[in-house]
Design a protein. Structure first.
Length: 85
């Protein structure tokens, strides 16, 4: 399996996104919750995505191909829900 480790210079911001280096890795901020960041390249299954995220939003969306994994706390702040779409 090919390993891709994100580097700031390799990521493509879309929308209202700001990216910078951070002691923990890469800091990505999107003040209006209407942006995204795309990793370049073509990947095939099996794919493993490791993400550590800190957010004040009620959801995080990870998209791959035609699907998405939506992690959200919308209805209950103490309960994480995972939806596959």
């Amino acid at each position: 399996m090919q390993v891709f480790k994100s580097k700031l210079e390799m990521l493509e911001p879309r929308g209202n996104v700001k990216m910078s280096h951070d002691p923990d890795g890469i800091c990505i901020t999107c003040p209006r919750d209407d942006g995204s960041v795309v990793a370049p390249g073509t990947y095939s299954v099996p794919v493993r995505i490791d993400l550590t995220a800190k957010t004040d939003s009620t959801n995080i969306r990870l998209k791959y191909g035609d699907g998405a994994a939506i992690l959200n706390w919308e209805c209950n702040d103490h309960e994480l829900r995972v939806h596959a779409g």
